[in-house]
Design a protein around this ligand. Structure first.
Ligand code: FES
Ligand SMILES: [Fe+2]
Length: 325
């Protein structure tokens, strides 16, 4: 695990949705380590994906009665990775597959390879009053902090997602408040009404606010609010699988409304699929180059992202500025 920023090495990460656990074990990577997740008798179990007998990947076996069965000689491992059966023998070998700590939060199974605190989660992830879903997508070539910054970066949509997120040639004056606290950091964007500002439009919520929030070490939330409160929260937990492979778990939350949750899910995924593909192309090319990064005037959260990840967060602060977005 050497080489990872200290807070990343000690972070907690989601591996699978509770609903993903069935008869098949789920194989995952975390910080370069192969892991396996399965439904134990009581709780989900996370093990290093290596049978202690002869090193076979347990994830290639199957799950029965809350135990994972190794595909080589059939040893069965249960809660805590404890060996419960050795086929062909009445004795059970007193050995365990290496188990990791497990937490359940927001419908996901989380684990850690280190000893860090469980992260603060965006409130929308645990708000039962909202329509919520996780969007599972494949891991892709990206460095975890590049991916996190990309999600919170206001300066690339004109270039990377022209027309989908922003008109490429139209920019608006946007007031920005950047805040760093002990728990994380945020950027709040308020689109200014035009100077000729029509009062009725104001009352109808012409101003829109969006907030990018960092929940260290690797969670970023973009939330859009209107006069009635939250309209959409997109919170992504970036899971560092390897140095240049990252799995983004995107969580969408919207207030209950006229559209059924299932339809919103289809629409949100359809809208974000091209955006994801465009960001992935950038992130994979970025991962091909090493070296230090320069800080520009619109890089509001980059320094906080790197600071928290490296156990060296910036001091609490708050400032206001404006940009053309
Ligand atoms: S290698 Fe797993 S049971 Fe032998
Ligand atoms: Fe993007």
């Amino acid at each position: 695990m050497s080489g990872w920023p200290v807070a990343i090495a000690n972070g907690w990460y989601p591996l699978a949705r509770l609903s993903d656990l069935g008869r098949k074990p789920v194989a995952r990577r975390l910080l370069g380590q192969p892991l396996v997740v399965f439904a134990g008798k009581r709780d989900p179990v996370v093990l290093h994906d290596r049978c202690p007998h002869r090193g076979m990947p347990l994830s290639e076996g199957r799950v029965a009665n809350g135990r994972i069965i190794c595909p080589y000689h059939g040893w069965a491992f249960g809660d805590g990775g404890v060996c419960r059966a050795v086929p062909g023998s009445r004795d059970v070998t007193a050995v365990s597959a290496a188990a990791l700590p497990v937490r359940i939060a927001a419908g996901m199974v989380w684990t850690t390879l280190g000893d860090g605190a469980f992260p603060v989660l965006p409130a929308a992830m645990e708000d039962e009053a909202l329509d919520r879903f996780w969007w599972p997508v494949a891991a892709s070539r990206a460095r975890v902090l590049d991916a996190l910054e990309n999600h919170l970066d206001p300066a690339h949509p004109h270039h990377v997602h022209p027309w989908i997120v922003r008109a490429p040639d139209k920019r608006q004056l946007v007031a920005v408040t950047v805040e760093v606290t002990n728990d994380g950091a945020s950027t709040t964007y308020v689109e200014e009404t035009r100077a000729t500002g029509l009062i009725p439009r104001l009352f109808e919520g012409h101003r829109t606010t969006s907030i990018g929030r960092l929940y260290p070490p690797t969670i970023g939330e973009v939330a859009f609010t209107g006069p009635a409160g939250l309209r959409l929260s997109i919170a992504v937990v970036f899971v560092p699988e390897d140095a240049a492979t990252t799995r983004p778990w995107a969580h969408f939350a919207t207030p209950r409304g006229r559209l059924p949750a299932s339809l919103k899910r289809i629409l949100l995924k359809a809208f974000h699929r091209p955006i994801l593909a465009q960001d992935r192309r950038i992130l994979s090319r970025q991962a091909d180059r090493k070296g230090a990064y320069a800080i520009g005037p619109l890089d509001f959260l980059g320094p906080a992202i790197w600071g928290f990840a490296n156990g060296n967060p910036p001091p609490p602060s708050r400032y206001e500025t404006s940009v053309l977005l």
